[in-house]
Design a binder for this molecule. Sequence first.
Ligand code: PA5
Length: 426
Amino acid sequence: MIQVNDKHIRRQIDFGAYEKRVDEIHRSIEERTGAGADFLGWAHYPETYDKEELKRIKAAGKEIAENYEVLLVCGIGGSYLGARAAIEALNGLHNHKGPEIIYFGQTLSPTYVKQVLDYLEHKTFAINVISKSGTTTETAVAFRLARDLLERKIGKEKAAKAIYATTDKEKGALLQLCKKYGYERFVLPSDIGGRYSVFTAVGLLPMAAAGIDIDAFLAGAKKGMEKYGKAGLNPAYVYGIIRHELYKTGYPVEMLVTYEPGLVQLGEWWKQLFGESEGKDHTGLLPDAATFTTDLHSLGQFIQEGSPVLFETVLDIEKPAQDVVIPHDADDLDGLNYLEGKTLDFVNKKAHDGTLAAHEEVGNVPNVLITLERLDAEGLGELMYFFMRACAMSCYLNEVNPFNQPGVEVYKKNMFRLLGKPGYDK
Ligand code: PA5
């Protein structure tokens, strides 16, 4: 069970006062009656997912892993952040097993795009293009370029076999391409939005290709559903209440802190989940993320003594996936023999305790502690589900729709008009 500890938030919350409201919101999620209710498919997806499709996802993942040096994951926002977060969290940043995963379609930078295309000239590669709408400019342009390269390298017929598409079941430009060229197709259900889609083929296919145990990941999500989809003040709802209280009492910024570089992309996923869900009607917490101790040597000064705008949510992993012991050195010129025989986890945890005391007691920064026992595929599935439930609760407590993103359309419309896209001349 994920633990949420509110002992370091520098205030007492009357959780009882929230019980009725939380219960109403919980029922509105379960009965699909709240704002954005058409996009609640994720809430029970760990149970309702298409079992036949899961078999195809596993087979496609195996096929990719066995036949290609690189998998190009072509998607943006919710169409790639979950997969990337999971792959980096579970496989680490220097993984030598399985195909190399390259993320594409998440930028319009000509430099990045050209660098990737040049790199792929000398590699065998498959593409997983992921877009619910099929019309997202970044992804569509990148896919056109990558497909063109692939077809030039291996011919149209073989290229079609190396392209896997994840898109809406019934509509969209990508669906038309699948039908015309016969790409293997996976579904992002119409009642699940991108940032809530990590348990669908959107997250699972790249993860399967990367060798991750997606059965365990889904089992974790299901455990999450049972624990955090339960009525009452479950830990996800408690976290939602704490966020709401801290926001109301003068903290507009939440910083997600981890002590694991492999979780940087989880922070990106979390930022999108909460930022895009909650930042509406000129309300909501600004989500930020930092990795300690790395960022203690950059942002640490601001957190300790800068403007008092933020609280920290520290994600603690009780047992690290791996550990090392600090060796003896006969000369001890670096003066580290006092740590001889200690594990690095021991040192990391002491850094954690010292930082908590510094930030909370001296810096007056509220700290919410979230503890996950183990960061494996199952634990991560549970954690991601936990955050999704907490996010829905937070948004409804703030009276905003957790599942739309009307603000994102503004830049798109301007860009389309400036690019001369038909239909966007005004
Ligand atoms: O969470 C979301 O809904 C967004 O981030 C989308 O996933 C993102 O904009 C990509 O959209 P699409 O999958 O339609 O290309």
